[in-house]
Design a binder for this molecule. Structure first.
Ligand code: HEC
Length: 104
């Protein structure tokens, strides 16, 4: 019985955890951000490297509460994209930031 409870706790945890990669794809972010090559937007690797040690600031940027630091000259292309994710939960914002940081 105890094993079953543990199993359900594990399954429940996985099902509830926000999936940053899925959000990134579903919101169309991947059309401008490739893993390692700069295209319309900077690569995920370049973004992650700019935010090493500043992960909190990345979450704030995604929430529209912090200024861009990677390529501010092109921010006019990026800022409107933030409206697509403005209704995410705190957990989902964190998962999205974790996904981006996984490319550093
Ligand atoms: C139409 C193309 C386009 C789409 C779609 C797009 N981006 Fe961007 N993104 C850019 C460009 C261009 C920049 C560079 C400007 C900048 O640094 O703000 C950028 C920069 C960024 C940065 C770095 C911000 C910084 O500090 O400079 C993050 C993080 C980011 N995008 C996340 C996302 C996420 C998450 C999505 C999906 C909701 C997304 N982008 C969708 C073009 C796009």
């Amino acid at each position: 019985m105890r094993k079953l409870v543990v199993l359900f706790a594990l399954l429940g945890g996985t099902a509830l955890a926000a999936d940053g990669a899925a959000i990134f794809k579903a919101k169309g972010c991947a059309s401008c951000h490739q893993p390692t090559a700069d295209t319309v937007g900077p690569s995920l690797k370049k973004i992650a490297q700019a935010y090493v040690g500043k992960e909190d600031q990345l979450v704030k940027f995604l929430k529209g509460q912090a200024k861009p630091i990677v390529d501010p000259a092109k921010a006019a292309i990026m800022m409107p994209q933030l409206t697509l994710i403005k209704n995410l939960s705190d957990e989902e914002f964190q998962a999205l930031a974790n996904y981006i940081m996984s490319f550093k």
